[in-house]
Design a protein. Structure first.
Length: 371
């Protein structure tokens, strides 16, 4: 059994969550770094990570890591990889990646060098003057950070947040992996009432339901590596079957609502596609006029920030009214994400804890009230 190194890129601020997911599920060699988490295992373990990870963005198979402060070093390092052990004579192998704090800072130039090196190696090994590249796709990824090049194959394809259920979204949608991270931070298990009064496209409520019901985020989709030829890819189908058999289907105390009827319809459709529509309750309601429970419950929500929807003053009026509506709800835990650094002032209460997270490219804080 060959042991490989894998890398899971993730949203900034979620590295610890991804590492915890991997450790809890028995993966080996887990190490959290800035914006990514590493683990070790055979290819079946790489497949399993793709199926079960809720908070990671994709799974990369690491092929090499070497110093590359010149194009020659980059070329030779890439050419030294045994590409012929993975890529067939007709397979496609596009290249993409990024450079950070390195002498080699031109991404297009690095793409060209990496492609040239891989082509030269494969042409020599297959005794071909031309590579057709009309077969299976092997997406080469690279990262050159502080003059160290890392070369990968992308196992995932469409990113892990593409669960397959969210065909519709509103303009202020939240990524599935970020919603899952918020649910994990709140430690929601499906035992207490969960409310999202700004549900938008329903992502938070759906991710909470999937986690509580044991529905693995990758158990109903396919991955790029399922088409690869150098390992037994039947493990993907086996994993999907195993995890689908263990899914539960029951009514949960999860309530998603929005003032916009289009968002309510969108949430219902996305929940239907996720297979959990009858497990949660979706209604039209005004978050600023709702009566919030005084008994033990939790709110996890993504209200307007004043960036993609409304302006900042409109958003702050919402925060002020929301804070007034929730006064006296001492057993109501609140997890509210926003990019507004002055949220606590307008909400009228200092958070017990804040956690920096990124909603796409927007730097946010998750304001946590749980004491």
């Amino acid at each position: 059994m060959t042991i490989y190194h894998f890398v899971v890129p993730c949203l900034m601020g979620t590295e610890g969550l991804v590492a915890d997911e991997l450790k809890f599920n028995g993966f080996e060699g887990v190490i959290a770094e800035n914006g990514r988490v590493r683990f070790d295992g055979d290819m079946a373990e790489g497949a399993r990570a793709n199926v079960i990870l809720r908070c990671g963005e994709r799974v990369l198979l690491e092929l090499a890591r070497f110093k590359a402060s010149t194009f020659e070093e980059l070329f030779q390092g890439v050419k030294a990889i045994a590409w012929e052990d993975m890529i067939g004579r007709r397979d496609a192998f596009p290249v993409k990646g990024y450079c950070l704090d390195s002498k080699l800072h031109s991404v297009p130039s690095c793409q060209s060098i990496i492609k040239k090196a891989a082509v030269e190696r494969l042409r020599e090994r297959y005794s071909l003057s031309w590579l057709e590249e009309d077969g299976v796709k092997y997406q080469i990824q690279f990262a050159i950070i502080k003059d160290v090049a890392e070369i990968y194959l992308d196992m995932t394809g469409a990113p892990l947040y593409k669960r397959g259920y969210k065909q519709e979204s509103n303009m202020a949608t939240i990524r599935e992996t970020l919603a899952a991270s918020m649910v994990k931070i709140a430690r929601y298990r499906g035992r207490e009432t969960l409310i999202d009064p700004f549900c938008g496209s329903g992502t938070i409520a759906i991710e909470a339901a999937m986690a509580a019901l044991g529905i693995m985020p990758g158990a109903h989709r396919n991955f790029e590596a399922e088409h690869w030829g150098f390992f037994d890819t039947t493990c993907f189908a086996d994993l999907r079957e195993e995890y689908q058999e263990n899914e539960r289907h029951e009514k949960l105390p999860i309530f998603a609502s929005d003032i916009d009827p289009a968002c309510v319809a969108m949430t219902r459709e996305n929940a239907r596609r996720a297979g959990i529509l009858d497990c949660i309750e979706v209604t039209r309601a005004d978050a600023l006029k709702m009566t919030y429970p005084k008994e033990r419950s939790v709110i996890i929500t993504n209200p307007p920030y004043g960036q993609r929807m409304m302006d900042i003053e409109q958003a702050r009026r919402i925060y002020r009214q929301l804070g007034r509506q929730m006064q006296g709800c001492t057993d109501l835990k609140k997890y509210i994400i926003t990019s507004d650094e002055e949220f606590e002032t307008h909400f009228g209460a200092k958070a017990d804890k804040k956690r920096k997270l990124y909603n796409g490219m927007i730097k946010c804080n998750l304001y946590m009230y749980f004491k």
